[in-house]
Design a binder for this molecule. Structure first.
Ligand code: 5GP
Ligand code: ZN
Length: 114
């Protein structure tokens, strides 16, 4: 989608600190990290919110989660623990409307989230 920030990162028009990618997703460091490790894993395909996922996206969502787990391992936080978050719509604080899985870790994470 032409006016989407994260599509701009996918197609290389906008710089990002990319840590991993494959044919279907890209993972990069959040510009405003909320934890020592704060990485966003996004599909290369534009999907605005979790509400817009279709049955055909089920494998893609699985790939995002598995990628996040592998990156957590690479970041050295897999054993101590980490959090995966998909904020959905304004009430949950979604500010970029291209789905992104937050990978947060490297510090104690309280629960419930605010
Ligand atoms: P949301 O609030 O939608 O769940 O998360 C959006 C995230 O994208 C925020 O954590 C924000 O810091 C991050 N972000 C916004 N703009 C950029 C950008 O241009 N580059 C990177 N790397 N992260 C961004
Ligand atoms: Zn997009």
């Amino acid at each position: 989608m032409s006016d989407c920030l994260f599509c701009g990162i996918v197609n290389g028009e906008i710089d990002a600190n990319i840590v991993a990618d494959d044919d279907h997703w890209v993972a990069f460091r959040d510009i405003n990290p909320q934890a020592p490790t704060h990485i966003l894993v996004i599909p290369k395909k534009h999907v605005a919110t979790v509400n817009n996922l279709k049955a055909e996206d089920e494998v893609l969502v699985g790939e995002l989660v598995r990628a996040a787990g592998q990156i957590a391992n690479d970041e050295g936080i897999a054993e101590e623990g980490y959090r995966l978050v998909l904020n959905t719509n304004a009430g949950a604080g979604q500010s970029v409307f291209h789905i992104h899985l937050h990978l947060l870790g490297g510090r104690p994470l309280s629960w419930p989230a605010g």
